[in-house]
Design a protein around this ligand. Sequence first.
Ligand code: ATP
Length: 338
Amino acid sequence: MPSIKDYKIATLGSHSALQILKGAKDEGFDTICICMKGRSKPYESYGVADNIIEIENFDEFFGLQEELIKQNAIMIPHGSFVTYIGPQSMKKLKVMHYGTKGILEFESDRDKERLWLLDAGCKMPRIFDKPEDIDVPVIVKFHGAQGGKGYFVAKSTKDFYEGIKDYPGNKKYVLQEYIVGVPMYTHFFYSPITEELEVMSFDKRYESNADSIGRISAQDQLDADIRTSYTITGNIPLVIRESILPQVFEMGENVVKASQKLVGKGLYGPFCLEAIIDPNLNFYVFEISARIVAGTNPFINGSPYTWLKYNEPMSTGRRIARDIKMAIEQDRLDDVLG
Ligand code: ATP
């Protein structure tokens, strides 16, 4: 019988690597952590990596592949890995990879992503083709603005042209309806082995300075001339109002179904819908991440939802390893590799 002892689980030392590696070890796999030089301390200290390989830069990763292939390593992608390698180069990876690589192209292209989510029936914020069309407050999102830094809100066409003066050189942007509500990031998992969609957990982000502006009065905000930024610094766990849960399951299932029309085996493994819920409980999805998100990091020991389902600690990282383990033991590894 095929055994998990014949395989290793590998990932890049950043983002959600701690829970991916810990989860893999909990499921019985040996682990490999590929780290930028000088950044291996957490992986040593928490004892999650059986083997740490240090590299000077991410281009070196491609040279490592032969070694990883020799060791039968299965690479788990996460946000930093996809960013550093790039969605196009991802397709050229030769090492075994958990998840459909092609789907990453749809999450990294705002237009393709939008068509996918609309096809899945998600409600999304309106998009304005040109500043002259602005008739509700909009959030101006620049392309490549990492971590929401430098976005600004404009309530009219005039306001937009005033605001954009502060961003010379930033020509590419999206004008998206600004939804007044609360952020809610839902972490899903779809297993091609069990063919079941699971709701793993929820979080919101802890953003600087958006999450601190309310600590001073509106007058002080004006006096200090503070501009809102959304630089992510951490994640805060949440539970959702229970009556919204049926809608959440339905959304996740529809997104998976719609993805199967787009590319190969479609979307499977972990993914996240980033949304704002307005006071009428409308769920406005503004983005999808088609891989594990760092918002699952508070749940290394499991979330209230995974506790309901598993009765044992089950992080998203561990769930990935379990999917791979089930696939190996059922001789279906191809079903989880992309
Ligand atoms: P990524 O998730 O790819 O890193 P990002 O961090 O650059 O993207 P977003 O996640 O798109 O940026 O948004 C940053 C912040 O702006 C988030 O806190 C989110 O809640 C808020 N936001 C985004 N879109 C909207 C919207 N349409 N209405 C209200 N708030 C929004």
